[in-house]
Write a protein that binds this ligand. Structure first.
Ligand code: THU
Length: 138
């Protein structure tokens, strides 16, 4: 695992881990019962969180990662420095979330948290998760 950008300090990584686990408990997932929490370290150093929000019309579900990104954007921030995602089995972000994550940073750390143990199970980078991603040259 390579960190081309500055890796957050152990203190910040710990804050991300705890924030992702805490917001996961707010997830609205009555259909899948699969709770996901995401915590973003934004450009300013502030943390933003999101959880998955499901819907009776299943396709309207929004993932935790994209909800955290929406909170970051609504606060006026545009840069992701790192993200932590907490769920059972330390699953990694879906393809749609990866592309949205790529909108706000070229490369950064993605910390996958196993919600059962509460521990960081994997440290990846966005580049590892989504190489050759779609870019639109304006
Ligand atoms: N989910 C996320 O929140 N993030 C992902 O990256 C993948 C899946 C949610 C959506 C749905 O509420 C539940 O997990 C099961 O798919």
């Amino acid at each position: 695992m390579e960190f081309p950008l500055v890796k957050p300090s152990p203190t910040i990584i710990e804050e991300l881990r705890q924030a992702a686990l805490a917001v996961r408990r707010q997830a609205y997932a009555p259909y899948s019962n699969f709770l996901v929490g995401a915590a973003i370290l934004a450009g300013s150093g502030k943390l933003f969180v999101g959880c998955n929000v499901e819907n009776a019309s299943y396709g309207l579900t929004i993932c935790a990662e994209r909800n955290a990104i929406a909170a970051m954007i609504a606060a006026g921030e545009r840069k992701i420095q790192a993200i932590a995602v907490a769920c059972h089995g330390a699953g990694s972000p879906c393809g749609a979330c990866r592309q949205v994550m790529a909108e706000f940073g070229e490369d950064y750390g993605v910390f996958l948290i196993d919600a059962d143990s509460g521990e960081i199970a994997a440290e990846l980078t966005l580049e590892e998760l989504l190489p050759h991603r779609f870019r639109w040259e304006r």
